[in-house]
Design a protein around this ligand. Structure first.
Ligand SMILES: [Cu+2]
Length: 115
């Protein structure tokens, strides 16, 4: 298969915003892009890479999240206040629920270890 050029991808993102129709996989940089983020909640699956209790952040290598059009990647997530980080350590396999924050990014509002 041929390579997808950066230009085509950007065009696909812009088109997706207008039509909300099927588009190719969207490029996301650390969940910071505003493009096409109209989904309020989504679930994901992955492996914890790092736990930062002070910043209440988890670095997770997650599988693709089709609801957000995210490919699999490693990224940092903020964890909702009140959610315990107990029992989470590098290497833990987890499922999690993301919810859209008022600031526009996604925070983890639920997370549990899976075997
Ligand atoms: Cu990601």
């Amino acid at each position: 298969m041929g390579k997808v050029s950066g230009g085509v991808l950007i065009l696909a993102l812009a088109t997706g915003l207008a039509l909300a129709g099927p588009t190719s996989v969207a490029a996301q940089s650390e969940g910071r892009s505003q493009a096409a983020e109209t989904v309020e909640k989504a679930t994901g699956k992955g492996v914890v890479q790092a736990v930062n209790k002070e910043e209440r952040q988890l670095r997770i290598t997650h599988e693709a999240i089709p609801a957000l059009k995210w490919p699999g990647m490693t990224m940092a997530f903020k964890v909702a206040s009140g959610l315990s980080l107990e029992g989470l350590a590098p290497g833990a396999r987890v499922t999690f629920t993301l919810s859209k924050s008022p600031q526009g990014g996604y925070v983890i509002e639920q997370i549990q270890r899976v075997e």
